[in-house]
Ligand binder design. Structure first.
Ligand code: OOB
Length: 548
């Protein structure tokens, strides 16, 4: 293991690193060089459409240099870490690459995160900088969140705001797009390609999201291969209405896939069909990525309006949660677009259906892995291989799958095998043609339309309420989102107790004040006196689910 590898991150064993290099997967390019190469190859191509602004590759590269230079003047330097929580705006990519260029690790927070999550990122990393918006789409005041984080974290020294900066620094003052001679810029201090480039976030099955250290080499390998599989090229225009920082949006093939081939990212802040269709029409969008919950309203709207937005739309990628077979069928038959299912995870492994697969493979499976060196195991509860085609736990290891979460030794012992396979928590089966089918989850996680909820995190927040005696969060089926959350609560009655409806409202407000992201607040709360228990004395969630 190289001794300069990020402390607290688990490096790939040398024999694997060597193999991945020999096979040409890891090419020794860091993300800063990656952008330089594209800026040189496609200087005048449009890289980003954002509102009324168009940004070429050359302009993007100049803005990144300017931003890195100005950030370095604040004293930010290689080895630092920064929480980035920006909306779908070009500033996100500029800040991301500027931090990379300075050798600073971005931590990829989502706009939906609140104090509970964002504070935990500062606690886990001692990050010294925070980049956020003034208000989000939901009119949430991120500057108030920044103040709260600053009070709780002495490490947080620099706060940069997109929009009205109040007492903080302004992000838009960090860069411009004009052509200045490059020598005025600070030289790149980006870490070498085999080092950790940034920290992605896990969907999380226990507690708050865990940090996922991704190296330049491993990430860019997945990006290049994904761009090929998704058949992206210079004329591709990818609509980006999912949160920009998510792994799907970044790399599957995502914005980085687009930047690799010289295409354009069309940014939108609202995934509704009304807004998205307008953008598709205006920019002649060729590709879009969605979570399953968004697909249904798109199909409905297109059917209602007899809308022919699809003349330019070549491919609709759907991933993040299981796409229902019936919706997949409707997409292909009615929406008349090429569907690509994407089954991936921020920890690494990504599977895609391919465009040349037959209709059944595209509708009923989640496709094939990216690399022949993605090693896949399907095991039973005792870690023994299941029969071919049977359902089991998915474990994986490969050239772009992490070997451990950041600073999580204890957790890593459970989530990774001795020989480095990641226990994904997904239940799958592998068909004879090699395609993977996701059958469910074994980990305690609710997948609410692609947004992952760690049951334990919400349970732990609820139990801190003085009148909550016992709590269990379970998934309930939902037609639109796939799953929603229901909290079963045993309530400590008091004199003058409010009605159940009032109690539910109180608990929801309590969780909001606690700082949980909105999507984690239970969709339903049910009060029960006695919980069912398993033979081991654990709360019997299966029985609770039957009561729904
Ligand atoms: C993506 O990444 P994460 O880290 O937010 O969530 C990963 C988990 C998977 O382990 C699986 O449980 C679920 O999300 N999932 C799917 C799925 N895609 C993800 N379950 C069923 N069908 C699918 N197509 O969600 C992610 C990362 C990269 C690309 C795409 C999605």
């Amino acid at each position: 293991m190289p001794n300069h590898y990020l402390k607290g991150a688990v490096a790939y064993p040398e024999e694997f690193a060597q193999k991945y290099r020999e096979k040409g997967y890891w090419i020794g390019q860091n993300l800063s060089e990656f952008l330089h190469v594209s800026a040189e190859k496609f200087p005048n191509n449009i890289a980003i459409y954002c509102g009324d602004q168009t940004i070429s590759y050359q302009q993007l590269n100049i803005a990144v240099d300017a931003c890195a230079t100005r950030l370095s003047k604040y004293g930010l330097q290689a080895g630092d870490q920064a929480v980035v929580q920006l909306p779908n705006h070009h500033a996100f990519y500029i800040v991301f690459f500027a931090l990379i260029r300075l050798g600073i690790l971005p931590i990829m927070s989502l706009s939906a995160h609140r104090f509970s999550e964002v504070n935990s990122f500062f606690k886990q990393t001692q990050a010294c900088a925070y980049f956020c918006a003034d208000f989000g789409a939901q009119k949430f005041d991120y500057r108030a969140l920044a103040r709260q984080c600053q009070d709780a974290n002495p490490s947080l020294k620099h706060i940069f705001i997109l929009g009205d900066a109040a007492e903080f620094e302004s992000i838009s003052a960090l860069y411009d797009f004009d052509t200045q001679p490059p020598d005025k810029y600070v030289a790149s201090q980006a870490s070498s390609a085999d080092q950790v480039a940034f920290l992605q976030l896990s969907g999380g099955s226990t507690g708050i999201p865990k940090l996922i250290p991704r190296t330049h080499d491993d990430y860019l390998y997945s990006v290049r291969e994904s761009a090929k599989i998704c058949e992206l090229n210079q004329t591709s225009r990818l609509l980006m209405v999912l949160p920009v920082a998510h792994n799907f949006s970044m790399s599957s093939a995502g914005a980085l896939g687009i930047f690799y081939v010289g295409g354009a990212v069309v940014l939108g802040t609202d995934p509704s069909p009304e807004t998205s269709f307008a953008l598709i029409r205006k920019y002649q969008v060729t590709d879009a990525c969605l979570v399953p919950a968004l697909v249904h309203p798109w199909i409905e709207k297109a059917a209602r309006d007899q809308d022919d937005i699809l003349s330019t739309l070549h491919c609709l990628q759907v991933g993040g949660a299981r796409l229902a077979d019936v919706v997949a069928t409707r997409l292909i038959d009615e929406f008349k677009v090429s569907l690509q299912q994407v089954f991936g995870m921020a920890e690494g492994l990504v599977n895609y259906t391919r465009f040349d697969m037959n209709k059944a493979q595209i509708i009923y499976t989640q496709g094939l892995k990216i690399s022949e060196d993605d090693e896949i195991l399907v095991l039973d509860d005792e870690d023994r291989p299941v029969a071919q085609g049977a359902i089991g736990h998915l474990l994986t290891r490969g050239p772009y799958t992490i070997r451990g979460y950041y600073q999580a030794e204890e957790h890593n012992a459970r989530s990774f095998t001795q020989d480095g396979f990641y226990r994904t928590g997904d239940l799958v089966r592998i068909l004879d043609d090699g395609c993977i089918v996701v059958e469910g989850r074994s980990k305690e996680q609710i997948n609410r339309g692609g947004e992952k909820i760690a049951t334990e995190e919400v349970e732990q927040a609820l139990i801190t309420h003085p009148q909550v005696k016992l709590v269990a969060l379970v998934a309930m089926p939902d037609e639109l989102l796939g799953e929603k959350s229901c909290a079963f609560v045993s309530w400590q009655t008091q004199h003058d107790d409010p009605s159940e409806i009032r109690r539910s409202l109180m608990l929801r407000q309590y969780l909001k004040d606690y700082g949980l992201a909105q999507y984690k607040i239970p969709d339903s709360i049910q009060f029960i006196e006695h919980f069912p228990y398993t033979a081991f004395g654990k709360i019997d969630k299966k029985t609770l689910i039957k009561q729904l």
